[in-house]
Design a protein around this ligand. Structure first.
Ligand code: NAD
Length: 491
């Protein structure tokens, strides 16, 4: 069973790869070189309907009632099989995103395994609350909840960490006995498709995992979220798209889980170990070329160490190695597409118009003829801006940050919270009390002290404000992917 024959990336419906329609192909482009690598079959409305129908059938044919131990065993076999086919997943992720091989191995594909194993553990260990209720006459009633699968879940994910974000949702959804129809980003169709092979190989029944390819509006994304057979939508992507999807789901009153954009702050106090803070900031600003929802784009630094942090971070940015993704020494890949680079460049222009001082970067690097048509961009840092400037207000989603000085703790907190987003924050300090105090006052879903991107998958994850609705992770995932029925028994 293969997903990519004759240069086509196929849809996967009811346990089978669908023969592509030559009239409905779109390009899979390597962002590092600009080369067209394959054709992706854009699913039409009929195919999306078939996917949803097959998911429903799989539930009715017994998947929803499969014992938890069978479902979790299957998840573990899926993790083992991804491990056996590890380098294929690495190659597929690199083809889609152009990201460096070390990152694809150590972050993206590694986390896919962990997602499957963690949610197998979480589902296996899950218990139920029960309550005794006093009745008249000294009797009592026992209350407990039976958790049932949500049903057919639409899973819509973006391009920045495609396999990681997909499996973060698919693993708990399957562990809870749901059937899924996934719509990967049009930019990154490969790993979701390869995962279909793996899940079929380990014995997942037909219809439990379906993949439909295409775009958002008036394409597979919208066909899926407006389909009456969908019981819930879990979505990761931009805040604007999330808002739109919410409207399309509202008429049928279905649950949604939204993991959306961020405009994340770091606060650097004057008591830090400078070297440790600079290492952390370099990661938080530049990982995945700044294309992580959790990346830092605003860095507030105590005025007394501002110049040292600015100079140190600029030096580290200049030390990043852009280039051939297959080289083990490459640290930084391209942006996902030319269109996204145009967007990031438009922020470079805005920074200039706001009178920014460019500490480093600010343009397109020359990486030689082989990479000349890739979507490369220079890691870029600015000073001389304030929270009123557009580059500090909107998510840019590139390898960029603005550094702004502060004088007091209160001022730093106010600056960091001055945003309509609320996903993540990082506080850098050697004062333990201050670390806790400031981290707790961040208006975000996750607040780190002296670290960044450290993820405990059993903890709740999500955002406030424009950064999302709901939480996933650990028990929170089990809650989203199930519906409880309260059983009340008079004893
Ligand atoms: P996007 O919103 O453009 O697209 C996300 C997905 O939604 C894609 O699969 C796309 O095809 C689909 N889509 C677009 N329009 C749709 C519609 N009308 N109906 C249904 N589906 C539709 O986002 P993107 O550019 O792919 O990803 C980058 C964004 O994702 C950034 O804002 C980033 O912060 C966010 N993100 C958030 C998290 C998080 O956990 N909070 C994680 C990663 C990325």
């Amino acid at each position: 069973m293969t997903s990519t024959l004759d240069g086509w990336i196929r849809n996967f419906v009811d346990g089978t790869f669908v023969e592509p329609d030559p009239q409905r192909g779109f390009d899979q482009i390597d962002p590092a070189t600009g080369r067209v690598l394959a054709q992706v079959h854009e699913a039409d409305q009929v195919l999306v309907d078939r996917a949803v129908t097959s998911a429903r059938r799989a539930l009715d044919n017994g998947w929803a009632d499969t014992p938890v131990r069978e479902r979790t065993a299957l998840l573990r076999r899926a993790a083992d099989r991804i491990e056996e086919r590890f380098e294929e997943f690495v190659a597929a992720e690199m083809a889609d995103t152009g990201k460096p091989i070390t990152q694809a191995r150590e972050l993206d594909v590694a986390r896919a395994l962990t997602n499957f194993r963690t949610f197998a553990d979480v589902a296996a260990a899950a218990g139920q609350e029960s309550f005794m209720t006093d009745l008249a006459g000294g009797r009592q009633a026992l209350n407990y909840a039976v958790r049932k699968p949500l049903g057919v879940v639409a899973v819509i994910v973006p391009w920045n960490l495609p396999l990681l974000l997909l499996t973060w949702k698919v693993a708990p959804a399957l562990a809870c006995g749901n059937a899924v129809v996934v719509k990967p980003s049009e930019e990154t169709p490969a790993t979701a498709t390869l995962l279909a092979e793996v899940l079929a190989e380990v014995g997942l029944p037909p219809g439990v995992y379906n993949v439909v390819h295409g775009f958002g509006g008036n394409s597979a994304g919208e066909y899926l979220t407006t389909h009456p057979g969908i019981d819930g939508v879990t979505f990761t992507g931009s805040s604007a798209t999330g808002s739109h999807v919410m409207k399309t789901v509202a008429p049928r009153v279905r649950p949604v889980s939204f993991e959306l954009g961020g405009k994340n702050a770091a606060i650097v106090f004057d008591d830090v170990d400078l070297d440790e803070a600079l290492t952390g900031l370099t990661k938080s600003v530049f990982t995945n070329t700044g294309q992580v929802c959790l990346c830092t784009e605003r860095v507030y630094v105590h005025r007394s160490i501002f110049d040292d942090v600015a100079a140190g971070l600029a030096e580290r940015a200049q030390g990043l190695r852009l280039g051939d993704p297959n080289s083990e020494s490459t640290t930084t890949g391209p942006l996902i597409s030319q269109a996204h680079r145009d967007k990031v460049l438009s922020f470079f222009k805005m920074a200039e118009q706001s009178g920014a001082n460019v500490l480093t970067g600010g343009g397109i690097p020359d990486l030689g003829s082989k990479l000349a048509f890739g979507s490369w961009i220079e890691p870029t840092l600015w000073t001389g801006l304030t929270n009123d400037d557009p580059v500090l207000r909107e998510e840019i989603f590139g390898p960029v940050a603005a550094l702004v000085p502060f004088d007091t703790e209160e001022e730093a907190i106010a600056l960091a919270n001055d945003t309509k987003y609320g996903l993540a924050a990082a506080v850098w300090t050697n004062d333990l009390r201050r670390g806790h105090r400031v981290a707790q006052r961040m208006r975000v879903g996750i607040s780190w002290v002296n670290t960044w991107f450290t993820r405990e998958l059993r903890s709740p994850f999500g955002g406030v404000g424009l950064s999302g609705i709901g939480r996933e992770g650990g028990e929170s995932s089990l809650h989203f992917y199930t519906e409880p029925t309260n059983v009340c028994v008079a004893l």
